[in-house]
Design a protein around this ligand. Structure first.
Ligand SMILES: Cc1cc2nc3c(=O)[nH]c(=O)nc-3n(C[C@H](O)[C@H](O)[C@H](O)COP(=O)(O)OP(=O)(O)OC[C@H]3O[C@@H](n4cnc5c(N)ncnc54)[C@H](O)[C@@H]3O)c2cc1C
Ligand SMILES: *[C@@H]1O[C@H](CO)[C@@H](O)[C@H](O)[C@H]1NC(C)=O
Ligand SMILES: *[C@@H]1O[C@H](CO)[C@@H](O)[C@H](O)[C@H]1NC(C)=O
Length: 357
């Protein structure tokens, strides 16, 4: 692989779902050849410090209730809907029936907002609620085969749009400005707060989750139960020959990539209670994994900023802290982070228009 240098007008640090979506939005606008993505880990790699391959992964009503989260979700649903409708095989995104149950009342404003765009949205009647459940909805969700989907983006960005990828662990975000021709850097480093010294955002923290990859071709329905102090879910995985993800955990502040048998047992017991498809036939456990969601107090940061590099002001766009919703909200976050630099993009477009010798 090449190194970071030469004509990198736009540098994206991070090749998780967040960085890849930023690259996609820019590439769709015609900037593919001006983009270099630099990252320590790429699609196909596995590491505790690379969250994207571990996602379940579904679109759910579990995201934040703030106005940003609501907007990003809506854009993300529209984007994933297109993929599921037009390119389900290549993109590994699929329409899937889903039921979500809450043990506590949840903010109705958010549900009202989501009901406006979620396909086949319905609030379950009291008679339909299992014991202990206060509120439930069903809708048609989108499930994503997370490791395959990021590989799809990775390939498409290179083959269709000419985006360059450079494998390098940056010692600091300043190192992304190695080339004087770099106009914009996007910081999409996920849990990078732990690995980018000197630039730690104290609001960032990991949220650990353990999940089971199981063989279960009969598991066709997405189910989630949001308890007061637990999260249980069943997510069929598209294009996987009948695998599903069973979970899970939301352990705030826990920075531990190990897996635990006690948690595996608890997940199996809870998902059996939740889903008749799981209880009907004991699923074979293929893998047990733990991932760390890159969470941030107050929600993700999508913002344009300036940074001093060698005494010069350079443009830095923040796009990190997606927590448990990088797949469902990532495309919306990418659209907005790109919109913050429209003026800079115009300059880059002008220089592309002039032929380079
Ligand atoms: C168990 C589990 C289930 C989940 N389920 C869902 C779900 O159903 N739906 C959903 O929307 N989301 C889900 N998520 C959340 C989702 O996985 C994350 O929001 C998303 O992966 C975050 O992506 P990211 O690109 O910010 O970070 P990452 O995927 O971690 O990518 C970070 C990138 O930055 C690079 N990087 C960092 N520091 C440096 C450096 N110094 N130099 C060079 N490169 C660097 C890394 O190498 C990597 O390429 C789940 C997460 C977990 C753990
Ligand atoms: C389902 O989606 C929500 C929100 O996107 C996420 O937080 C949760 O972890 C997901 N479940 C799995 C198994 O990925
Ligand atoms: C880059 O993102 C990380 C989170 O991944 C954050 O902690 C850090 O402060 C950001 N760097 C800069 C220079 O903003």
């Amino acid at each position: 692989m090449a190194s970071l240098s030469s004509n990198d007008s736009i540098v994206i640090v991070g090749a998780g779902i967040i960085g890849l979506n930023v690259a996609l939005v820019l590439a769709e606008k015609g900037y593919g050849q001006s983009i270099t993505v630099v990252a320590e880990y790429f699609p196909g790699d596995t590491s505790t410090y690379y969250t994207s391959p571990w996602a379940g992964c579904n679109f759910s009503a579990i995201s934040g209730t703030d106005i940003n989260a609501l907007r990003w979700d809506r854009m993300g649903y529209a984007h994933l809907s297109k993929l599921a409708t037009h390119h389900p095989e290549e993109s590994y995104v699929q329409w899937t029936p889903s039921t979500e149950l809450w043990d506590e009342d949840i903010p109705r404003d958010k549900i009202q907002h989501m009901s406006e765009y979620l396909k086949d949205f319905r609030v379950l009647s009291d008679a339909e609620l299992p014991r202990g459940v206060k509120f439930a909805v069903s809708f048609t969700t989108l499930t994503v085969n997370a490791p395959k989907h990021i590989k799809y983006l990775y390939r498409r960005l290179q083959d269709q749009f000419g985006v360059r990828f450079v494998r390098q662990r940056l010692p600091s975000i300043q190192a992304a400005y190695a080339s004087p021709s770099t106009k914009i850097v996007f910081n999409c480093t996920g849990l990078g707060s732990g690995t980018l010294p000197g630039v730690e955002d104290p609001k960032c923290y990991p949220t650990r989750g353990q999940v089971l990859l199981v063989k279960g071709p009969h598991i066709q329905t997405n189910m989630m139960r949001h308890g007061v102090d637990y999260e249980t879910y069943v997510i069929p995985r598209p294009g996987s020959n009948g695998n599903a993800i069973l979970g899970g955990y939301m352990q705030k502040g826990v920075n531990d990539g190990s897996t635990y048998d006690s948690e595996t047992k608890s997940i199996l017991a809870r998902t059996r209670d939740l889903s008749s498809e799981v209880s009907q036939q004991e699923p074979e456990v293929l893998a047990v994994v733990a991932g760390l969601r890159p969470s941030r107090e107050g929600g993700a940061r999508v913002e344009r900023d300036e940074i001093l590099v060698g005494g010069q002001k350079r443009i830095l766009v923040h796009n990190y802290g997606a927590g448990g919703t990088g797949f469902q909200a990532g495309y919306g976050m990418a659209l907005e982070s790109v919109a913050t630099v429209e003026d800079m993009l115009r300059d880059i477009r002008d220089s592309i228009a002039r032929p380079r010798l």
